[in-house]
Each structure stands twice: as C-alpha cells, then as structure tokens.
Design a binder for this molecule. Structure first.
Ligand code: SF4
Length: 112
C-alpha cells in the first residue's frame, strides 16, 4: 500500500568548510569545531548525535602524540570525515543539528 507523508528537507552547510575554527578539548584532541567535543558522550542523556565520529578521537591523533597539526588534519581519519560531510555519505547528527539548514517539508510517498 502507498500513502503520502510529509518529510523534512534539511540541507547540510558545514561551517567548518567555510572558515569556522577548529577547537581543542580538555583531553587534548583537536576538534573539527567546538560543537564536536567527544566528552558529550559521557553525559547520561547522550543521544548518539556524535555517532560516526569516533575515528577522529583515536589516541594517536591527540595533540601530544603528533609533531604538527597537519599530522591530524591531513590524517586518513580527518580526510574521511570531511569527505563524508562534503559528499553527504556520512553526516553525524550533531552536524545536522548545528549546520543543517531547515528548508521546510515536502510530500513523499511511503510504501507499507
Ligand atoms: S557541526 Fe559538523 S559540519 Fe558543523 S562545523 Fe562542526 S564538524 Fe563541521
């Protein structure tokens, strides 16, 4: 059976790709932006909005374990993350929350 439903249209506009600054957290990790601190995951009400970002926070990518910032931002993990954002293949919920541009709704077919 087919019926219609309204679905939201949210377009990602990554601020980190338009000059928003990186950040550093208390554990010594460089972050793509100040909103993406993995310490969020320790909160009791964590809702999974940083799922898909764990590779950015490997021990070897801590500031103390690299020689230069380029060792982090040009790492496979960071390049994969930004590729996922720009190609829209892997977008963490937190990125949609802070960098999603809500364009309203559209009608969509739903197949039961
Ligand atoms: S929330 Fe995501 S898309 Fe937005 S600036 Fe931060 S890392 Fe980039």
């Amino acid at each position: 059976m087919i019926h219609t439903s309204q679905e939201r249209i949210i377009v990602l506009k990554p601020k980190c790709a338009k000059g928003k600054s990186f950040a550093l957290n208390a554990q010594g990790y460089l972050l793509p932006c100040c909103w993406t601190d993995p310490l969020r995951k320790l909160k009791p009400n964590y809702d999974g909005n940083m799922d898909g970002m764990d590779d950015l926070f490997k021990e070897e990518l801590k500031i103390e374990n690299v020689d230069t910032i380029e060792d982090i931002i040009l790492s496979t993990e960071w390049l994969d993350f930004f590729n996922g954002l720009t190609k829209r293949t892997c977008i963490p919920k937190i990125c949609m929350k802070y960098c999603g541009d809500d364009r309203g709704t559209r009608e969509a077919e739903v197949h039961d």
